[in-house]
Design a protein around this ligand. Structure first.
Ligand SMILES: [Zn+2]
Ligand SMILES: [Zn+2]
Length: 132
């Protein structure tokens, strides 16, 4: 139907100003793009969380998210090598873990050695300092 409008040229009169059009197109493209990489990833990877191995179906697929392995949401090679399927919980943990990794370099203390690094509060060391 959009093509018919283009052929008649009538859409030109109905269009709002150029900036509005640019914004609309930009939004539409972003939306389209988001959907396309998610769909593409769902097509080529199994519907299983890469961390906890939970399996997903069409009924709970909205809980399966696409994680970018290198953290760059603009890096979307069509072969899917930068995508990983994670359930919302593992995805959350994955990003917290990445954050903790950075924080623990700053706040590393003796007491943290030996733990898995998964549960410690990166601000615990800071709290000790400020409460003295
Ligand atoms: Zn999971
Ligand atoms: Zn992610």
């Amino acid at each position: 139907m959009a093509f018919r409008d283009l052929r008649t040229g009538k859409n030109k009169k109905a269009l709002p100003n150029n900036d509005d059009v640019k914004n609309i197109i930009k939004k539409a493209k972003n939306h389209e793009f988001y959907n396309s990489y998610r769909e593409q990833s769902l097509r080529i990877h199994p519907w299983i969380c890469a961390k906890c191995n939970k399996e997903f179906s069409v009924n709970n697929l909205h809980l399966l998210t696409i994680h970018h392995k290198d953290g760059d949401h603009n890096n979307n090679p069509p072969d899917g090598r930068n995508w990983e399927h994670l359930c919302v919980y593992c995805h959350d943990n994955e990003h917290k873990r990445m954050l903790d990794g950075e924080q623990s370099k700053i706040f590393d203390t003796e007491s943290h050695k030996g733990d898995s690094g998964l549960t410690h509060n990166p601000f615990a060391a800071l709290k000790n300092i400020t409460s003295k």
